[in-house]
Design a protein around this ligand. Structure first.
Ligand SMILES: *[C@@H]1O[C@H](CO)[C@@H](O)[C@H](O)[C@H]1NC(C)=O
Ligand SMILES: *[C@@H]1O[C@H](CO)[C@@H](O)[C@H](O)[C@H]1NC(C)=O
Ligand SMILES: *[C@@H]1O[C@H](CO)[C@@H](O)[C@H](O)[C@H]1NC(C)=O
Ligand SMILES: *[C@@H]1O[C@H](CO)[C@@H](O)[C@H](O)[C@H]1NC(C)=O
Ligand SMILES: *[C@@H]1O[C@H](CO)[C@@H](O)[C@H](O)[C@H]1NC(C)=O
Length: 534
């Protein structure tokens, strides 16, 4: 019907206005579902075989994601993080195929395995129609080559020449792992699968990357970026890059070191909170771990990161780390860990498959096809996530200060801890499911005296004492998430039989879009009034 350029122009006219760029504040209320495009859903829902261990493409597509947005939104997520979209190297390497999308061959071409430009636009449109955000994963540190001896002419200009890349040396072979120059300028990968490291000191290369990200964000209405391998590029590259992107930037700085990670919170909007993750793993998933280490590291991050832990990506699983259920079979430990990101100061991120109880270990086993469990919504972990998303939304609606009040770590014992983030008081333990009543959480004077509270995970009522403190025994190692009944909306999604809060129902529209409608209406009024404000 229309030529491709005509379609593009129509799209720009119909969809690009208003051009809405989501910033860090817009993202702070959100909750992200991270998925691997190749493994989330096939276009026609055929349950094609998928052996995660084989590291081959399995057939998931952008169309498949569109078909299952009810599933994602039904759990309470309002943002989706998808795999990198650029064309990758084709064929089998020593590490299998590029199904994950991290091995760019051509920035300007889409990965044909995931669909067409129309499909990707359709995904963006479908998300926005639901008031949801789209996050792209992007890689700008390196590209990838099939041959041990890189043939640079296989890349498109300006990358079709060795001079666009740093000189070959491998980060993994650097004698000094703390040599930051080597981290930034040597190559990831190895001799069998080299990942040529873009010379991000070269102004031609930098200009191309800035132009690319700007156009990508504009073209697909991207609301935010998860940026791969951030610590492998000089820090002062990032502010200009972020500016060119014009949307929320969330960087991956894979390190178990708060002070090191904190440097990148100065140059990007936020980072994935890896230092917390490593402590969580040690404590939440191991009955021998102690909670003081969690409190110490998180408090340190709250002090060292530019914006504290606010807007950091808070997670307990992702595609690079073993799944919770591969590290422990104890369902209470898993519930405690899964609860944590929702009461963290940052933006909760759940990695697809966690809700279905997937147990894959380290990469590639943690990248299972989700179609094997048919998107069941009645599973208990799905309900757990739905409840935590709903409870967090209730907390935000009840008190906007929830988003700006740092977590406080209270009643820290070896095997239990409370986190206060009003109106939530979350109670954690790592005694495990076999212990009927292992600990007592005792928190002083935190609520109004004799306040009626409810554990939103079970809808059990708890009374604060005369001084507003709580003294609650654990049951079979499960976490509890206490909120005042008055903070929960009557007829809402959380414990409706106990909730006593009265609030106007939220319109479900992001505030900015409402604001835009007001601006449009006022402008129209202004025009009708012949250019005079009345
Ligand atoms: C569904 O798509 C797959 C490829 O992903 C294809 O092999 C299969 O034939 C399709 N099935 C139907 C019923 O169209
Ligand atoms: C490099 O790739 C180009 C384009 O695919 C090809 O023409 C050329 O023969 C290759 N060079 C080598 C040394 O393999
Ligand atoms: C920078 O990259 C461009 C594009 O590949 C290349 O032409 C140029 O020689 C490079 N400049 C330097 C100083 O290496
Ligand atoms: C750090 O690594 C770079 C790149 O490999 C190397 O040139 C430099 O000599 C190293 N510095 C030290 C102090 O080892
Ligand atoms: C992370 O670092 C802390 C302290 O520096 C250490 O105790 C802990 O074992 C580390 N965790 C991992 C997974 O390396």
């Amino acid at each position: 019907m229309f030529s491709a350029p005509a379609t593009a122009i129509l799209r720009t006219l119909l969809l690009a206005a208003p051009v809405f760029s989501a910033n860090a504040t817009d993202w702070s209320t959100r909750s992200i579902y991270q998925l691997i495009t190749d493994r989330f859903a096939t276009a026609n829902d055929s349950a094609v075989p998928c052996d995660a261990g084989a590291r081959m493409y399995c057939g998931g597509t952008w169309k498949g994601i569109v078909n299952h947005l009810d599933y994602i939104q039904g759990m309470g997520f309002d943002a989706v993080w998808i795999s990198p979209v650029s064309a990758n190297i084709e064929g089998a390497t020593s590490q299998g195929e590029a199904f994950h999308g991290y091995w760019t061959k051509d920035f300007d071409t889409l990965n044909p395995h995931f669909g067409t430009a129309d499909d990707l636009h359709a995904l963006s449109d479908a998300l926005h129609k639901r008031g949801m955000y789209l996050m792209f994963d992007i890689v700008v540190n390196h590209m990838a080559a099939l041959e041990p001896k890189v043939n640079f002419t296989n890349f498109s200009p300006p990358f079709a020449d060795a001079s666009a890349f740093h000189k070959r040396c491998f980060v993994a072979e650097s004698p000094d792992t703390s040599n930051q120059t080597a981290v930034e300028q040597c190559w990831l990968g190895d001799a069998k699968l080299p990942l040529p490291d873009l010379d991000t000191e070269n102004s031609t290369v930098v200009a191309k990357l800035l132009d690319w990200v700007h156009k990508l964000v504009q073209d697909y209405g991207v609301d935010g970026l998860r940026i791969d391998t951030v610590k492998h590029i000089r820090k002062d590259f990032w502010p200009d890059f972020s500016k060119a992107a014009g949307v929320f930037t969330l960087g991956e700085v894979l390190i178990n070191d708060t002070d090191y990670a904190a440097q990148y919170t100065e140059v990007l909007d936020a980072i994935l909170d890896y230092p917390s993750y490593f402590q969580l793993k040690n404590t939440f998933l191991d009955t021998r771990g102690t909670f003081s280490s969690v409190a110490t590291v998180l408090t340190h991050s709250q002090q060292k990161y530019k914006n504290g832990l606010f807007r950091t990506g808070s997670f307990v699983e992702n595609h690079d780390q073993p799944r919770l259920a591969s590290l422990t079979k104890d369902s209470a430990l898993i519930r405690n860990a899964m609860t944590f990101p929702f009461v963290h100061d940052g933006i909760p991120i759940v990695y697809y498959g966690q809700e279905q109880g997937y147990q894959g270990g380290t990469d590639p086993y943690n990248r299972e096809a989700l179609w094997f469990t048919a998107y069941q919504q009645e599973k208990s972990l799905v309900q757990h996530i739905r409840l935590m998303n709903a409870a967090r939304k209730e907390a935000i609606e009840y008190s906007a200060a929830f988003l700006t009040t740092p977590m406080k770590f209270l009643a820290i014992e070896d095997h239990s801890m409370a986190i206060s983030k009003p109106p939530i008081l979350a109670l954690f333990t790592n005694v495990g499911t076999e212990i009927a009543q292992g600990v007592n959480w005792k928190v002083d004077a935190i609520f109004p005296p004799n306040e009626l509270l409810v554990d939103v995970l079970t809808c059990t009522k708890v009374m604060a004492d005369g001084q507003g403190g709580v003294n609650v025994p654990s049951a079979y190692g499960m976490p509890q998430v206490l909120m005042p009944a008055a903070s929960l909306r009557q007829g809402g999604a959380v414990c409706p039989s106990v909730a006593t809060g009265i609030r106007a129902r939220s319109s479900g529209l992001p505030g900015v879009r409402v604001t835009w409608a007001v601006v449009m209406a006022s402008t129209l009024f202004f025009v009708l009034c012949r250019g005079r404000w009345v």
